[in-house]
Design a protein around this ligand. Structure first.
Ligand SMILES: Cc1cc2nc3c(=O)[nH]c(=O)nc-3n(C[C@H](O)[C@H](O)[C@H](O)COP(=O)(O)OP(=O)(O)OC[C@H]3O[C@@H](n4cnc5c(N)ncnc54)[C@H](O)[C@@H]3O)c2cc1C
Length: 271
């Protein structure tokens, strides 16, 4: 398949990109790594009038640490994260997630900002980073604002980002070296999009995420409370019961694989 006709601009500043996004009479999309937008355009599921390539905009591919937080530029690729560009325990956690995203050629181009903005319900970063907590940094015509990762993804392919806003970075807490973490992705073969995701960090406030839900990833408070009370495992029947009570619309098979993902993520955290 070929995409519908579109205009292409490679801008060198965020201001230029924002000016183009503000165009009232055409659909404009920013281009990250093109690893989701490209296929969607080829299938004509997306038909923007204009693509604004952020590839030459400076300042979007840095990784900085300050005061216990890590700021990761929106254009940092999955491959750089897999290769250890993010320091500390948060970096170790992210390496394990990045290595399971598709295959290397996709990871070479796909970006963390693009993945979060795209909000594919089966994608890895939205669930994985909900487990660390943190903020998305976005700029728009009104300036810069931070959006908590809690609540950022509001549904399948839907976020709290304004249409005319660009993700410039994600800011995450640095996990303590003593903080157990675990990530488990159920997929048909390694690197495929997930059928279920369990993502867990067990700091002073445990965060337990059920991802690849068909909608947005969500926190599982009942399991977080168990971990806060000292539990170090979750049985699959208990996981099923807890998830069923949340009524996420899973059928029996989905309930099983999501309970398995949660149970194994917790198992990995305390292995
Ligand atoms: C074969 C294949 C397998 C894959 N498997 C997985 C997988 O297992 N797990 C997984 O998580 N992902 C997977 N992906 C998706 C991949 O991770 C993408 O890289 C990612 O989802 C989108 O990032 P991108 O930089 O390519 O964004 P793009 O495709 O360029 O853009 C995606 C969307 O985000 C918007 N966007 C991009 N950057 C920004 C920004 N800075 N600010 C605001 N909006 C922005 C675009 O306008 C577009 O709407 C796969 C992709 C392919 C092709």
């Amino acid at each position: 398949m070929k995409p519908a006709k579109f205009e292409y601009d490679r801008v060198s500043s965020l201001d230029d990109a924002l000016r183009m996004l503000a165009s009232p009479d055409s659909e404009v999309r920013v281009l990250g790594g093109g690893q989701s937008l490209g296929p969607m355009m080829n299938l004509r599921l997306a038909q923007p009038d204009r693509l604004v390539d952020l590839g030459r905009v400076g300042g979007l591919d840095g990784i900085e640490t300050e005061g216990g937080r890590i700021r990761i530029g929106a254009r940092v690729t999955h491959a750089r994260i897999e290769d250890g560009a993010v320091p500390g325990p948060t970096g170790l956690y992210m390496r394990s997630v990045a290595a399971g995203i598709s295959y290397r050629s996709v990871r070479n181009r796909g970006t963390i900002g693009g993945s979060l903005a795209h909000a594919d319900p089966s994608a890895d970063w939205p669930a994985a980073l909900l487990a660390t907590g943190g903020d998305i940094v976005a700029v728009g015509a009104a300036g810069e604002r931070k959006l908590s990762l809690d609540g950022f993804q509001t549904g399948p392919f839907t976020t709290a980002l304004g249409y005319d806003e660009i993700v410039v970075a994600v800011e995450l807490p640095q996990l303590g070296s003593e903080v157990p973490w675990g990530y488990y992705k159920v997929c048909r073969k390694p690197g495929e999009f997930a059928d279920a995701i369990g993502a867990v960090t067990v700091g002073s406030e445990p965060r337990v995420i059920c991802g690849a839900t068909g909608a947005a990833p969500f926190r599982v408070a009942a399991v977080e409370e168990r971990l806060a009370d000292g539990a170090r495992e979750l049985s699959i029947p208990d996981g099923r019961e807890i998830l069923a009570a949340l009524d996420p619309g899973f059928d029996d098979y989905e309930l099983q694989i999501h309970a398995v993902a949660l149970s194994r993520a917790i198992g990995r955290a305390f292995a």
